[in-house]
Ligand binder design. Structure first.
Ligand SMILES: Cc1cc2nc3c(=O)[nH]c(=O)nc-3n(C[C@H](O)[C@H](O)[C@H](O)COP(=O)(O)OP(=O)(O)OC[C@H]3O[C@@H](n4cnc5c(N)ncnc54)[C@H](O)[C@@H]3O)c2cc1C
Length: 416
């Protein structure tokens, strides 16, 4: 949708084919029990500048309030609290670390030393290093890992530290905690994810004469004279094609093109990580002390108060990122474990109903030395967009948005 907005607003005619009936892909609205839920609860950070820019671009000033911006505040049960101070960077984070509760003085010093050390190395590490190894090399104490680095790694990379790429982790730290003050802000959606970006984006595309067609699966793509024949419900011709499907769907669209063998080969080597979202409806007056609370113990990692955020009183959304023993549980067992955890740690009562959404292939495993395909392919006019293409970032909205923008730029340059 980013690519479509960028092109349509430059008066380049675009047609978007979307297989689903709802726009948004992995970040889309899902309706359950009459409530607008999301396929997965999403959180953005201030460093995701392109995503925020795009959301603001397609939404009116009033609608922009649907993205709640909060200065970094981490509350991770049972003991950790850390709040960015209203000071210029990097003092806002230094003060946050020094004043954090739940860590001893020595542990806080170790966290600050880690940040200073990484800054002096320009946030670069040896190729092939995992996050777990990096943290061990820098003697990070267990509590600092459990309360700080582990949650950041798993939330941002959706990969456990023993498998996760240290360089990508450092890229995220560099641009968020070690970036300008606003870069470490948390941005929490206050609307469902389809309403937040792709639906207003589609309106903008249509208002510029473009088409966004839902329920149209591209079944074949053939190079033809001066462009491509794209088959969905019918076959149409286009000068350029941006394939913006998730990596595990790429072969279905371009698998028959021998020129893309190298790209397909890279994607075939991807492994995937799940994200589970558990929505629990409690009686309406039930609220959390903060819109987002972290949990050190498993299975729940983050709990979002959808009453405070999305005007859905009593609704809690729980995120469980990356692989873990919870994958062996049935949905009922998982929901039970989650609501017992919330009862023990946050004194929540029994929920009225729950909904578990399991995305088995939420993102690729962000492992060291993972090679990702570029936007340009050997076929002129055929580009790849999505969170899995070359990027300093893990599979996130920001990686997807930047990839879409870049494809639009490449098409425009070619068009000019
Ligand atoms: C549960 C969950 C939680 C997440 N949490 C976060 C988070 O907190 N922060 C964050 O930044 N990121 C998060 N992510 C990652 C983020 O959602 C993805 O990185 C992003 O949505 C990827 O966008 P994309 O456009 O690359 O691919 P997708 O969202 O997968 O979009 C691909 C689209 O292509 C369509 N399609 C597929 N095949 C065809 C075809 N043949 N013809 C037509 N259309 C087709 C699909 O229907 C889909 O709409 C999360 C992901 C999940 C699953």
């Amino acid at each position: 949708m980013t690519a479509a907005v960028e092109l349509a607003t430059r008066n380049i005619p675009v047609t978007v084919f979307e297989a689903a009936q709802t726009l948004g892909g992995r970040a889309r609205r899902v309706v359950s029990h009459g409530a607008n839920l999301d396929n997965g609860l999403h959180i953005l950070i201030g460093a995701y500048s392109e995503t925020i820019r795009m959301i603001h671009r397609v939404r009116s000033t009033i609608q922009r309030q649907d993205l709640l911006r909060l200065p970094l505040h981490l509350q991770i049960e049972p003991a950790f609290r850390m709040r960015a101070w209203p000071l210029p960077a990097p003092l806002h984070i230094a003060a946050a670390l020094f004043s954090a509760s739940g860590l001893s003085w020595t542990e806080k010093m170790a966290a600050v030393r880690f940040m200073l050390n990484q800054r002096s190395r320009n946030f670069r590490c040896k190729a092939g290093t995992t996050v777990a190894t990096l943290l061990q090399q820098h003697s990070q104490p267990r509590s600092v890992i459990e309360y700080l680095w582990h949650p950041i790694c798993v939330s941002a990379l959706n990969t456990n530290p023993d498998q996760a790429a240290a360089q990508v982790f450092l890229n995220v730290i560099r641009d968020s905690l070690a970036g300008p003050r606003a870069a470490s802000d948390l941005l929490l959606p206050q609307a469902d994810l389809s309403a937040l970006f792709p639906e207003p984006a589609a309106e903008l595309v249509r208002s510029h004469g473009g088409q966004v067609r839902l329920g149209e699966t591209v079944t074949s793509l053939q190079a033809c004279d001066k462009g491509f024949a794209v088959s969905a419900t019918s076959t149409e011709r286009f000068s350029h094609v941006i394939v913006a499907v998730a990596p595990h769907r790429l072969a279905q669209v371009v698998g028959h093109l021998p020129q893309l063998a190298a790209q397909l080969d890279l994607v075939r080597q991807f492994e995937y990580q799940p994200i589970y979202s558990v929505f629990l409806q409690y009686p309406q007056p039930v609220r959390l002390p903060a819109p987002m609370i972290g949990m050190r113990d498993s299975p729940a990692q983050w709990v979002f108060d959808r009453g405070a955020l999305c005007n859905q009183p009593g609704m809690m959304g729980v995120v469980i990122s990356a692989s873990g023993p919870h994958q062996g549980l049935s949905r009922e067992e998982l929901a039970q474990q989650v609501y017992r955890q919330l009862a023990d740690q946050l004194s929540l009562p029994e929920p009225e109903w729950f909904q578990v959404i399991a995305e088995k292939r939420a993102t690729f495993t962000c492992s060291p030395d993972l090679r990702r395909p570029a936007n340009l392919t050997p076929v002129a006019g055929l580009l790849l967009a999505g969170d899995y293409t070359e990027s300093p970032y893990p599979a996130t909205l920001e990686a997807a948005v930047r990839s879409g923008s870049q494809c639009a730029r490449l098409v425009t340059d070619h068009h000019a």
